[in-house]
Design a protein around this ligand. Structure first.
Ligand code: GAL
Length: 629
């Protein structure tokens, strides 16, 4: 496959006289794709039903005539102001009950039927007009970004009640499933069930969990309406651009309806804004060395192998608390890292810096005066390298990590310890695997086949589904669960009485403790456990224990369970030993160096600000090595 490059372009931001020259420069740069349209609704339909396609027709003409392929975005993340007059109750409502107003973007509630219909209408009209002219579609823009998945609106309440009716059939069954007898919370009718905000003290976690499942399903439903409208007129593949660490909806479920998963990668913005335990001192101008890779691997699974970076950071962004410039070389490194993880396309956001509105301080490939910005030159280098390079050969990784959005919602609904963060746990273990030089596949919780994996990690899974249980039992490799695995029913209750043993192990947790991250429990061996520790009743072999003898790592044959959250020293030691036992090639990588193996090559990435050595070769700061395997 030919890997390709692209950029995000907003013809409506620039004089029409510039378009042809912009298109020519994009092609000269070596770009194949240009994404347009995703915020242009007020120009396409300035008043209800008044459709102005002429300018967009001409933009598509100019771009395609230059040889570019268009990704057409549906503009539904930015409904025009008149939409609010048409649907005054379409805004999402925050947990305090305040509507989230017009004046930026993503100002809609996923549960508003009228808005969903208008969104599908505009998507259908665009598909009718451009269906055979575009290379791919993007629905909306970054579902869930700016905390927009969850809405406490009246529309959401009514849709939630319908959802509950379908899930539980009768109020009695809902009461039973949620344990509503506790504090006399029973309902007689579904229309009595409110959303779980503004309660006096904590709402029932089962109520919250149901609401979170519902909120995720609403994103699926909203997206499906657009997908159906597009498919009626176009055979081009459909994608959506997901975000980093947006966990409020099940991306596997949304992605199941589309051909391609894409995501928007802003490594430095992320590090300063949302990476748990990120090392800002070391990586301020590079981004976290594992956060992007984690999402590359995650979205490869969401896209069932087909995925892109739809927006790649080209220079300073505007939205993080601080916005430094990338270290020279990083724009190239991030792009190659995406290809090494299997991206089909990397597109930079955005072509030219906007001189107005919210993102005027956000770099583009061009400055707002059209002069090439530093990122442009690195993009040009990637384009040249891509032209000469052999293709990246996809390969199954030797290690799998199961990732489950519902577990994130569960442990948010019932944190038990202020520091317990499901995503943080998965990222911590992933980081440890990467420090050992291992390549990882992230897989969904309904994975039914684990063949070919030497080591499988199942951290923090609320409930282990039967299909995964079967795959774990049949796995050839070592399977490590925990901590906090299979403790609850999907309704977020303990199994009574204290449930069966952990799958494949004569062991069960009979008590769970949490403690602040800065008061770890030392292990008898090196390292500590932090944040979480289970008391296991077990007949399995105890491999690791705390200094005072509490079992922490147990095993029976190929099945292992971690009862606590290992700190970096413990995780690297434990996972390193398991990988060696599984026959995997483990490395002791210097700080900042990461590798990713494909079918034919080993990519070496240096996230450090200084040169590092790998296998006797120097990798410059922000440098990339490609070695044959
Ligand atoms: C993304 C978004 C873009 C732009 C960009 C700025 O999250 O999709 O529209 O806002 O961030 O970094």
């Amino acid at each position: 496959m030919k890997r390709t490059l692209g950029t995000c372009y907003y013809p409506e931001h620039w004089p029409e006289a510039w378009w042809a020259e912009d298109a020519r420069r994009m092609v000269d740069l070596g770009l194949t794709w240009v994404r347009i349209g995703e915020f242009a609704w007020s120009r396409i339909e300035p008043a209800p039903g008044d459709l102005r396609w002429d300018w967009l027709d001409r933009a598509v003409d100019v771009l395609t005539a230059a040889g570019l392929q268009v990704v057409m975005g549906t503009p539904t993340a930015t409904p025009p102001r008149w939409m609010l007059d048409r649907h005054p109750d379409m805004l999402a409502v925050d947990a305090q009950g305040h509507p989230r107003k017009f004046g930026s973007r993503r100002h809609y509630c996923f549960s508003h039927d009228g808005y969903r219909e208008d969104a599908a209408r505009i998507a259908g009209l665009m598909a009718e007009r451009y269906g055979d002219r575009v290379g791919a579609w993007q629905t909306d823009n970054e579902y869930g970004c700016h905390d927009t998945t969850i809405s406490y609106s009246d529309n959401a309440r009514r849709a939630f009640q319908d959802w509950l009716r379908r899930r539980y059939q009768s109020p009695a069954q809902l009461n039973e499933a949620w344990g509503n007898i506790f504090w006399s919370m029973d309902y007689d009718r579904f229309d009595q069930v409110d959303l779980p905000n503004l309660t006096v003290t904590e709402p029932n976690p089962a109520h919250v969990m149901a609401f979170r499942r519902f909120a995720s399903d609403e994103v699926v439903r909203f997206n499906q309406a657009q997908v159906a409208a597009i498919r009626a007129h176009s055979d081009a593949p459909i994608s959506h651009n997901y975000m980093g660490r947006v966990l409020e909806f099940d991306h596997f479920a949304v992605g199941a309806d589309m051909e391609i998963a894409t995501w928007d990668s802003y490594p430095m913005g992320f590090l300063l804004d949302r990476v748990p335990d990120g090392d800002r001192d070391a990586y301020m101008r590079q981004g976290d060395p594992d956060f992007q890779a984690f999402h590359h691997d995650l979205y490869r699974a969401v896209g069932r192998g087909r995925w892109w970076v739809m927006e790649q950071q080209p220079g300073p962004v505007n939205w993080a608390p601080w916005n430094p410039a990338p270290l020279p070389g990083m724009v190239r490194l991030w792009s190659w890292e995406a290809f090494a993880h299997g991206a089909e396309t990397v597109a930079w956001f955005r072509w030219r810096q906007a001189p107005f509105a919210q993102e005027q301080q956000h770099a583009g490939l061009l400055r707002s005066d059209s002069v090439e910005a530093p990122g442009y030159h690195e993009a040009a280098q990637v384009a040249r390298e891509l032209a000469d390079a052999p293709d990246v050969t996809p390969a199954q990784a030797p290690v799998a990590l199961i990732f489950d959005y519902a577990s994130q919602w569960a442990w948010e609904a019932q944190p038990q310890g202020a520091d317990f963060d499901y995503f943080g746990l998965c990222l911590d273990l992933y980081r440890s695997l990467r420090r050992l030089g291992l390549s990882v596949d992230i897989l969904p919780p309904d994975t039914g086949d684990l063949s070919g994996y030497g080591l499988v990690l199942v951290p923090g899974l609320l409930t282990i589904p039967d299909v995964l249980r079967g795959a774990m039992a049949a796995a050839e490799g070592l399977v490590l669960t925990g901590p906090r695995c299979d403790l609850k029913t999907p309704e977020l209750s303990f199994r009574v009485p204290l449930g069966p043993d952990l799958p494949g192990l004569a062991a069960r947790s009979v008590m769970e403790e949490t403690f602040p991250a800065d008061t770890p429990r030392p292990l008898a061996n090196t390292g500590t456990v932090v944040k979480w520790l289970e008391t296991l009743e077990t007949e399995a072999q105890v491999i690791e224990a705390t200094l005072d003898g509490t079992p922490v790592l147990i095993r029976d044959g190929k099945r292992l369970h971690l009862a606590g959250w290992p700190n970096r020293v413990a995780a690297d030691r434990i996972l390193g030993a398991l990988a060696v036992e599984a026959g995997l090639q483990v490395h002791t990588l210097p700080e900042g160096l990461r590798i990713r193996d494909t079918g034919a090559e080993r990519f070496v990435f240096n996230y450090a600000a200084e040169a590092r050595m790998f296998d006797g070769q120097e990798v410059p700061a922000a440098g990339v090595l490609r070695l044959p395997l």
